[in-house]
Ligand binder design. Structure first.
Ligand code: HEC
Length: 106
C-alpha cells in the first residue's frame, strides 16, 4: 500500500516536471522567434509542429536533418515558402527545439 502511494507521488512529480519543461520549450521557441511562423496545431507561414512530428516519426536521422534545417534554413519540403536560417539559435538550442517538436507526434 505504501509503495502504491509512493509510486503515485512519483508519477505526479514526473508529470509536473514534463509540463514545466514543455512550458520552458514554448518560451524558448517564442524567444527565438519560431512562433512567428509556426504554431503547435495550425499551419502558419510554416507547417504546424504536430505535422512536422508526424511526417518525421520513426524516420532515421530525422533529428539531424531537422537540426540542420533549423540552423541553416530549408526549402521545398512543405510548400513554396522557404524557412530562412536562424543564426540566433545555437546548435544545442536547435537540438532541444527539434526534440521537443518530434515529441509532439500522436
Ligand atoms: C520566417 C518564418 C519562419 C521562422 C522564423 C521559422 N520557421 Fe521553421 N519553417 C518555416 C517554413 C516556411 C518551413 C517549411 C520549409 C519547407 O517547405 O521546406 C519551416 C519548416 C520547419 C521545420 C521542418 C523542416 C523540414 O525539413 O521538414 C522545422 C523543424 C522548423 N521549421 C522549426 C523551426 C524552429 C525551431 C524555428 C525557430 C528557431 C523556426 N522553424 C523558425 C518558416 C519559419
Amino acid at each position: 500500500m505504501k509503495n502504491i502511494v509512493i509510486a503515485a507521488g512519483l508519477a505526479v512529480a514526473a508529470v509536473a516536471l514534463s509540463q514545466a519543461s514543455a512550458a520552458d520549450m514554448m518560451a524558448l521557441a517564442k524567444s527565438k522567434n519560431c512562433l512567428a511562423c509556426h504554431a503547435i496545431d495550425t499551419k502558419l507561414v510554416g507547417p504546424s509542429y504536430k505535422d512536422v512530428a508526424k511526417k518525421y516519426a520513426g524516420k532515421p536521422g530525422a533529428e539531424a536533418t531537422l537540426v540542420n534545417a533549423v540552423l541553416h534554413g530549408v526549402s521545398g519540403g512543405w510548400g513554396p515558402v522557404p524557412m530562412p536560417a536562424n543564426p540566433q539559435v545555437s546548435p544545442a538550442e536547435a537540438k532541444q527545439l527539434v526534440e521537443w517538436i518530434l515529441s509532439m507526434k500522436k
